[in-house]
Ligand binder design. Structure first.
Ligand SMILES: C[S@@+](CC[C@H](N)C(=O)[O-])C[C@H]1O[C@@H](n2cnc3c(N)ncnc32)[C@H](O)[C@@H]1O
Length: 298
C-alpha cells in the first residue's frame, strides 16, 4: 500500500518557499511553438515591413516574452507585479528555458527588456508596435482601456494576440477506457472540492475566452494548438497543488487540509488506474490545449 501511494508526506515538503516557486516553474504550461508561429503568420499576412517591436503584457516570469525574441528586433515584457519582473530579469541566462528557445539556440535575449507597467499603459509612440500579446493574462485586464491603448500604439497592420489554456487533461495510454474516470477525478477536485476558491476571472478562462472579442473587424480565433508531454501521477498531484484555487483553499484552511485534498485526488487516480507501480512510476500523458484570439488594426 505504501508503495502504491508513495511517501506522500515527504514529497509535500517541496510545497513551501523556494520549493513552491520551483514547482510553479516545473509544472507551468509550455507555449507550443506552433502557436507563436500562428501569431507571426497572422501578422505577416498583411504587414510586410521589418518586425521592430512587440509587447508581451502581463508577462509574469517572462516565458511568454522570451518566445517572441526570435521574431522581433526588440521585445518588451511588462507586468504590474514587480516581483514577477524581477524573476523574469533573473531568467535571462536560464538554461532551462522553453523548447522554442532551444530550437533557436539562444539564451541571452539581448533584444528583450522588462518594465513594471499595467496592461493599459504601453510607453511607446503612436503607431509603433507590431504585436501586443498577452498569455494567460488578459482576463485580469481592464479590457476597454487595454484595447484603447493597443489601438493607439499598434502600427497599421499590427496585431493583438490574446491566448491561454484551460486545465490540462491526463490520458492513460495503457487503457484509454479509463480516461473518463480520470477526468471525473480531476473535475471532483477542480469544480467540487475547490468550488468557491477560484477567482471569478477563472470562468473566463474555463470558457476559453469564448465571450472575449478583440474589437477589430479582422478578428479570428484558433483552438487547434496544444502541448503534450509525459508526466506521472505524482506530478499530476503537484500540478493540482499549485492551482490558484487550491492555494486559496490552503490559505483559508491550512496546509494540512490542503495536503489531504491532494492526497485524496492522488489516491483516487491510482485506484482508477489499479496498478502496482508507485505514483512516480505511473506514466500519464498530459495535454494542454490552447485558445488563441487574434485581431488586426487596419
Ligand atoms: C497567469 S500570469 C501569466 C504570466 C505569463 N504571461 C505566462 O504566460 O506565464 C498573469 C500575469 O498577469 C499579470 N497581470 C494581472 N493584471 C495585470 C494588469 N492589469 N496589467 C499588467 N499585468 C497584469 C499578473 O501580475 C501575472 O503576472
Amino acid at each position: 500500500m505504501k508503495k502504491m501511494f508513495g511517501n506522500v508526506l515527504q514529497q509535500w515538503t517541496e510545497f513551501t518557499g523556494q520549493g513552491q516557486a520551483n514547482l510553479y516553474d516545473r509544472h507551468r504550461a509550455i507555449v507550443p511553438p506552433i502557436l507563436i508561429e500562428r501569431m507571426i503568420t497572422f501578422l505577416k499576412e498583411k504587414y510586410s515591413q521589418p518586425l521592430e517591436l512587440a509587447y508581451d503584457v502581463g508577462c509574469g516570469s517572462g516565458e511568454s516574452s522570451r518566445v517572441l525574441t526570435p521574431y522581433f528586433k526588440h521585445v518588451v515584457g511588462t507586468d504590474v507585479n514587480s516581483e514577477a519582473i524581477m524573476e523574469a530579469e533573473g531568467k535571462r541566462g536560464d538554461q532551462t528555458c522553453s523548447q522554442i528557445e532551444q530550437a533557436e539556440g539562444g539564451w541571452a535575449h539581448q533584444n528583450l527588456t522588462y518594465q513594471i507597467c499595467p496592461a493599459d499603459l504601453i510607453p511607446e509612440k503612436d503607431n509603433s508596435v507590431q504585436m501586443i500579446s498577452a498569455s494567460q493574462a488578459a482576463h485580469w485586464f481592464d479590457l476597454p482601456k487595454f484595447y484603447n491603448e493597443g489601438q493607439r500604439v499598434l502600427s497599421p497592420g499590427g496585431v493583438m494576440c490574446l491566448y491561454g489554456h484551460k486545465c490540462p487533461t491526463w490520458r492513460w495510454s495503457e487503457d484509454p477506457s479509463l480516461n473518463g474516470e480520470l477526468d471525473q477525478a480531476l473535475t471532483q477536485l477542480y469544480a467540487t472540492d475547490l468550488k468557491g476558491y477560484w477567482a471569478a476571472e477563472r470562468d473566463i478562462v474555463d470558457n476559453s475566452y469564448k465571450n472575449v472579442t478583440i474589437p477589430y473587424t479582422d478578428f479570428t480565433r484558433d483552438d487547434s494548438c496544444y502541448h503534450e508531454m509525459e508526466t506521472n501521477v505524482s506530478d499530476l498531484a503537484k500540478y493540482c497543488w499549485i492551482w490558484t484555487g487550491h492555494q486559496n483553499y490552503v490559505k483559508q484552511h491550512g496546509v494540512r487540509k490542503g495536503k489531504k485534498l491532494i492526497r485524496k485526488l492522488q489516491e483516487r487516480v491510482m485506484s482508477v488506474l489499479n496498478v502496482t507501480t508507485s505514483p512516480e512510476e505511473t506514466i500519464l500523458t498530459k495535454r494542454t490545449s490552447f485558445f488563441l484570439l487574434m485581431g488586426r488594426k487596419l
